[in-house]
Design a protein around this ligand. Structure first.
Ligand SMILES: *[C@@H]1O[C@H](CO)[C@@H](O)[C@H](O)[C@H]1NC(C)=O
Ligand SMILES: *[C@@H]1O[C@H](CO)[C@@H](O)[C@H](O)[C@H]1NC(C)=O
Length: 288
């Protein structure tokens, strides 16, 4: 089959406008894949994967509120919590009438996607977690400045998180750390993220989300209960040199889902920047 074009749309969802990439059309004969991106990126991170999987699936990849080309209301006007991101994306799927899909979750996309899956287990036919964590085992020491901020949400700790994680250098580092040959990393990945992070208000949005990330860790037991009760088909495919999410987080899915498939790749956090064809091949096999 030929590769369908990728279309770029924006749709109103409540007070937000949500940008998304779409390839193919919804049909009872074709599975829909819902791709949920991570920090500090957007659906741009899926640009290669969408092309590779386009012939086989209907694909939808939204930008979360505050990210990419979706609306980014000031944090004084919209509460940037993971519950709210999940509510907006859940509403987005209902605006698009997506009632059955496989989820691809990465980084922030994981706690958003797992919340939606817990709310609508009947809609989610399979989960691909690419460095999308749900276990304490997966959290590395890179989380320490954020953990300190959770413990004491002071301006001083907020400033430390800003200086550690919300700089140009940190943005680039997330793409290059753990990558065997960094010359394969296209600079438009981190350069675009950095340009969008510098828009007025966006750093505060990101700091609020770092603070609320604690709510994800608190929900891990609920995620595990959902996995064990609903037994979604799950592929954990993981850049094993990810400085934030350790490969133990990929293996841990097997505690609640003994049938889960775990694939570790010799790369970093943004594994799609180096391994898109390999990940696409694994997804085709897994969903066949
Ligand atoms: C946006 O948030 C900042 C604080 O981060 C605040 O100083 C500013 O007044 C807010 N702007 C609007 C338009 O509410
Ligand atoms: C999602 O949709 C429901 C039902 O229309 C609405 O009550 C809720 O406010 C929406 N949530 C968000 C965050 O947009």
């Amino acid at each position: 089959m030929s590769t369908p074009a990728i279309h770029y749309h924006t749709v109103p969802v409540g007070n937000q406008s949500i940008f998304y990439r779409e390839s193919g059309t919804a049909s009872p004969l074709v599975l829909t894949l819902l791709l949920l991106h991570g920090f500090p990126s957007s659906s741009h991170q899926f640009r290669n994967l969408i092309g590779l999987l386009g012939p086989d699936f209907h694909i939808i990849a939204p930008d979360l509120p505050g990210f990419g080309f979706s609306s980014h209301p000031n944090h004084t006007d919209f509460a940037y919590t993971f519950d709210n991101l999940a509510n907006v994306i859940d509403n987005f799927t209902q605006v698009l009438k997506l009632d059955k899909y496989a989820l691809y979750v990465f980084d922030y996309g994981a706690p958003v996607g797992f919340r939606i899956a817990m709310t609508h287990p009947e809609r989610v036919v399979a989960i691909i977690s690419q460095n999308g964590n749900a276990y304490d085992d997966g959290l590395s020491d890179a989380w320490n400045p954020i953990r300190a901020y959770w413990k004491e949400p002071s301006l001083k700790n907020r400033e430390t998180v800003r200086q550690t994680l919300l700089t140009y250098e940190a943005t680039k580092w997330q793409y290059t750390q753990g990558v065997v040959d960094p010359t394969v990393i296209a600079p438009e990945s981190y350069e675009l993220d950095w340009v969008l992070l510098q828009r007025p208000g966006v750093i505060d949005i990101q700091l609020d989300l770092f603070l609320d990330y604690a709510s994800n860790v608190q929900l891990y037991p609920a995620f595990h209960k959902y996995f064990a009760a609903k037994k979604p088909k799950l592929l954990a495919i993981w850049g094993k040199n990810d400085p934030f999410f350790l490969p133990a987080g990929a293996e841990a899915f097997k505690r609640d889902l003994p049938q889960a498939k775990v694939v570790l790749l010799d790369t970093g956090h943004f594994a799609l920047e180096t391994h898109a064809p390999i990940i696409a091949g694994q997804i085709l096999q897994f969903l066949a």
